[in-house]
Design a protein around this ligand. Structure first.
Ligand code: NAP
Length: 436
């Protein structure tokens, strides 16, 4: 029997557990998925937008993996505090870091620490009820919000800000966010793209949703669009996205809230006295490599909040090789160089914050193959029994998968009408829900 610890219970962690089971057979490998939260599924619970329930439904597959017999969920255990990587490497044949990229990449411009400048990890965590960001209180009594970046996260943030309360029916947006959004006074959401319409990272289905909102309408300046003939060179998905932008440019409509795409524009500083008052933006142009270069022409966007959606970083773990430039673990195709080997990474912790949820599946299979290939060097390990003993000695309140099912049942029971669940947003509340 092999014992593998997977740190992180998001898609990368669960696909790795599934792949290990297929690689070795369920009776030949025992996988412990360790998570710092009492709740599993990582980004599916705390990242995927609450109004995208069909995407979130993939959790059912992970639930199946958890219930398969050889995979355990070991929740509420913080690696680095409750147990170290070195200790895990002593207990398990292999340790896989599937910790994702939950920290915001900083904008690194003057004024980005003024209250009201918010990273997307925090903003998304707030509306999704991640315990770390419950107290965020974004300033919503404002006219204009600026969203930096033209990726799918920027789209999520803009759409959540633009929707009416009724448009959240059927979603699992947490109560505190719904209440706050109900009160907001926003009239304009500016999406800043430092390059042009052909360089957006927004996928067509998600971008198309912006055209069908009840009180909000997107605006694109036709002057920003390249000649239509240039679209032929785009990959089909990107062409579809650009077609949406063309349609937004051609069909401006009056609306209570305007979602204003501002292309060829990069933020250079945020200004305000104790709170965000304006962003200074520089016009850009594309260089011959397709990168954004400043033109020196600046203008001001008065606004009360800036949400930067410019990508994420994996938090380092002491003692684990880390690539500062790329913001993820230093690795060779998933292998992390450690004195005795056996430490791996998958998903965003391995390759950075790109790709869809499904991209993590082949990652999981690749790492399972690496672990199998490296087996010759391994010796017998005690696995979960040793971890349980250590955590009991340290008085850690471990949350099992059946505990989680208790939390889940309580969240379902307290859901508002039409919503699949009302999440607990504090760890104490989650644990209280499963006290005998
Ligand atoms: P992303 O797709 O990499 O987009 C980041 C955006 O930020 C890009 O437009 C980038 O512009 C811009 N940017 C980066 N640094 C900047 C700076 N210093 N100043 C101004 N702009 C800057 O990242 P993401 O939106 O965080 O998404 C992460 C991954 O999750 C993606 O693979 C995404 O598709 C996925 N996701 C999917 C969904 C879904 O519903 N399907 C939802 C959310 C996220 P440049 O291109 O010029 O660098």
């Amino acid at each position: 029997m092999r014992h593998v610890a997977v740190i992180g219970s998001g898609p990368a962690g669960y696909y790795t557990a599934e792949a290990l089971t297929k690689q070795f057979g369920g009776d030949q490998v025992q996988v412990d998925i360790i998570d710092c939260l009492p709740t599993p599924y990582g980004l599916i619970r705390a990242g995927v937008a609450p109004d995208h329930q069909s995407i979130k439904a993939v959790y059912k597959r992970y639930e199946g993996t958890s219930l398969s017999g050889n995979v355990r969920f070991v929740g509420n255990v913080l690696v680095g505090k409750d147990v170290s990587i070195d200790e895990l490497l002593e207990m398990y044949n292999a340790v896989v870091l599937a910790t994702g990229a939950p920290h915001d990449r900083p904008m690194g411009i003057a004024g980005d620490d003024i209250p009201g400048v918010i990273g997307s990890a925090a903003f998304v965590g707030w509306y999704n009820g991640h315990p770390e960001f419950v107290g965020l209180a974004p300033p919503l009594g404002i006219d204009t919000a600026v969203v930096v970046g033209v990726g799918n996260v920027a789209l999520d943030v803009a759409r959540i800000l633009a929707k009416t309360p009724a448009e959240f029916d059927g979603s699992d947006i947490v109560g505190h966010a719904l209440d706050a959004l109900r009160e907001h006074t926003l009239k304009r959401i500016v999406i800043l793209g430092r390059r042009g319409p052909h360089q957006i990272q927004m996928t067509p289905k998600e971008l198309g949703e912006l055209g069908h909102l009840q009180r909000a309408a997107p605006i694109v300046d036709p002057a920003d669009l390249p000649p239509e003939s240039a679209d032929a060179a785009l990959e089909p998905g990107q062409r579809k996205s650009v077609t949406h932008l063309r349609s937004f440019a051609a069909n401006h409509r009056e609306a209570e809230v305007i979602v204003d795409f501002d292309f060829f524009a990069r933020p250079v500083r945020v200004e305000g006295n104790g709170h965000v008052e304006q962003v200074i933006v520089e016009r850009t142009a594309l260089n011959e490599k397709g990168g954004a270069v400043g033109t020196g022409e600046e203008y001001t966007i008065p606004c009360g909040m800036v949400v930067s959606c410019i990508g994420y970083r994996t938090p380092p773990i002491p003692g684990v090789p880390y690539d500062e430039d790329l913001g993820r673990f230093a690795n060779d195709d998933g292998r992390i160089a450690m004195p005795n080997g056996r430490l791996y990474c998958v998903g965003w912790a391995k390759r950075g914050p790109t790709g869809t949820i499904g991209t993590n599946r082949p990652d999981g299979f690749a790492i399972a193959e690496l672990i199998a290939a490296d087996e010759a060097e391994s010796v017998a390990h005690e696995g979960g029994a040793a971890l349980d003993k250590l955590l009991a000695e340290r008085n850690v309140r471990v949350v099992s998968f059946s505990d989680w099912q208790g939390i889940e049942a309580a969240e379902i029971a307290r859901a508002r009408a039409g919503s699949p669940r009302e999440k607990f947003v504090a760890i104490d509340e989650m644990l209280a829900a499963i006290q005998p």
